[in-house]
Write a protein that binds this ligand. Structure first.
Ligand code: E4P
Length: 217
């Protein structure tokens, strides 16, 4: 399973990248706004900085909602760097735009996916990635990981090439369960990635080893 970081914060991207396990980055308008990025030029500059930091796919979301608007905007985003993946919302115009980008060899990430039916449409349109939002599903008291399992099963049965990118990750356990469910990619906030490191027995064991090592010196 590939690890993407789900942020537009450069310090967090750097920290995750330094672990040596980072395969890519996803952003969305909320995450970009949180960093105070405003205006076409600043947005493009920020995406370029991220692309120069991480050698892997970087999802950049369109802000338009019409087919024509998404295509125009997506073309500009894709021109920023070869690793840009145009992120498109799961709407009727979005599906048309994904098909357009597929036909023009531009990678896409279909976002805001909450059902298997939507995931089938994204794959039919040739999306490179499909992003089911598992945390938001859990927030509505359904099981987000079950959706990942269902989509993985359907894509395998149908031979779809679209990669299942588990998004809206909230906890380290989400990452573990998505790996178990067969997600191709997990996009995670930094604390969830770092949370995978933690186990009290590791801390206790290390403390004991370090203490016993004193008698060896
Ligand atoms: C990433 O592609 C999604 O936009 C992101 O994971 C959404 O996460 P949230 O539900 O925590 O906002």
């Amino acid at each position: 399973m590939k690890f993407f970081i789900d942020t537009a914060n450069l310090d967090q991207i750097r920290e995750a990248n330094e672990l040596g396990i980072l395969d890519g980055v996803t952003t969305n308008p909320t995450l970009m706004a949180k960093e105070g990025i405003k205006g076409t030029e600043a947005i493009a500059k920020h995406y370029l900085t991220i692309c120069e930091m991480v050698d892997g796919p970087v999802s950049a979301e369109v802000l338009g909602t019409t087919f024509e608007g998404m295509v125009e905007e997506g073309k500009k985003l894709a021109a920023i760097h070869k690793n840009i993946v145009v992120k498109i919302p799961m709407t009727k115009d979005g599906i048309k735009a994904i098909k357009w980008f597929t036909d023009n060899d531009i990678q896409t990430n279909c976002t805001l996916v909450f059902s298997a039916g939507q995931a089938i449409l994204a794959a039919k349109a040739g999306a490179t990635y499909v992003s089911p939002f598992i945390g938001r599903i859990d927030d509505s008291s359904w099981d987000g990981v079950q959706l990942i399992e269902q989509i993985v099963k359907i894509y395998m049965a149908q031979g779809f090439m679209t990669e299942v990118l588990a998004a809206s990750i909230r906890t380290p356990l989400h990452i573990v369960r998505c790996a178990e469910a067969g997600a191709d990619v997990c996009t995670c906030p930094l604390p969830s990635i770092l949370g995978l490191l933690k186990h009290p027995l590791t801390d206790l064991g290390l403390a004991q080893f370090l203490n016993d090592a004193k008698s060896m010196q």
